[in-house]
Write a protein that binds this ligand. Sequence first.
Ligand SMILES: *Cc1c(COP(=O)(O)O)cnc(C)c1O
Length: 392
Amino acid sequence: MQPASRMNQIPPYLFLELDKLVAKQRQLGRDVISLGIGDPDRPTIPAALDTLKEAVNNPDTHRYPNYLGSEAFRESVSHWYHERFGVDLEPRSEVLALIGSKEGIAHLIWAMAGPGDVVLVPDPCYPVYYTQSILAGAEPYSLPLTQENQFLPDLKAIPEDVWKRAKMLWLNYPNNPTGAVATREFYQEAIDFCRKYDVLLCSDGAYLDIGFDGYRAPSVLELPGAKDIAMEFYSLSKPFNMTGWRIAAAVGNPQAIGLLGTMKSNLDSGPFTAIQDAARATLDSHPVPFIQSMNALYQERRDLAVQALHNMGIAISKPQSTFYLWFRAPFGMTSQEATNYFVQFADVVITPGEAYGKQGAGWLRISLTIDTPRLEEGLERMARALRHHPPA
Ligand SMILES: *Cc1c(COP(=O)(O)O)cnc(C)c1O
């Protein structure tokens, strides 16, 4: 069997060696703690559960959903954007339901970019922007996110001819994997560039509702005129502990929303109607107190993890958002050396920074979506390993 040649262009799977090591430790009967995956460990918001139970008993929800999402769901998203960000969205033309934002991100790339087109992609980043650009035959152009630049891309450094060939600019703040946040000034600069070169600004807002020490992230759509050139992905996965439900929305620029809708109507239907109903109940429930309680929990975990890393001699400042900590591998190890080391000597799984792009080399990411005592134990084991088995 010969797969399509495009399949050969997907970058190699970096976790292969790590997965083998983890399997080996587990075979030896070791209790391996994973700090690798960003997937909330706490129960889903109760409003969603109650509504889902009722909705599944209604056979009307069992039929094909509307391609674009129910009008009621799109209205709820519109109300929520007004309540949360002060942004007005026209539900029919500026909101689209998604089966999780991952599919929306992938399909928007297919709708916007192909051979000869450039897609501006941060490095490090959520890998889907990069791999789908390649699969679609477009050329991803890397925007390095460096510590010196607060992990914001230097848009002025992009050559004019690249801007002219670019179709989309991907931004993701609060940022996975670095935990960085964007200022309004930065968004304004991005909007100005995108308007000048007629590039669609795509904001991945997976972590918009995560914030610590009183920080609340802005939506790019809060900026005046943003809708002329920008759209945003809003996912219920991370703020409401609903990753498995697969429900999100694309909002903003009506032309981009329309294109994504056309793409989707040719390959899937909307999310299960009962899940849209549950998502609607979530957004209509004025869920800020739930969001705050989750943020308080992640903030507590962030603080204890940052302290533990400091005690190991690892320099890291406290991120204002996301449930990730991003830091350089200790003792000058490469990412892969460090992740292998911690599996072998601490039975702890950490994500190597390279999984998010070349700029991630030498960096590590740990996730705070694990029961607090397990997180503490994982960190203690890491500290013990560094004491008893100092890396060469
Ligand atoms: C988790 C995550 C997503 C995927 O969210 P879903 O809505 O569950 O598909 C998208 N972007 C980033 C940056 C993420 O971390």
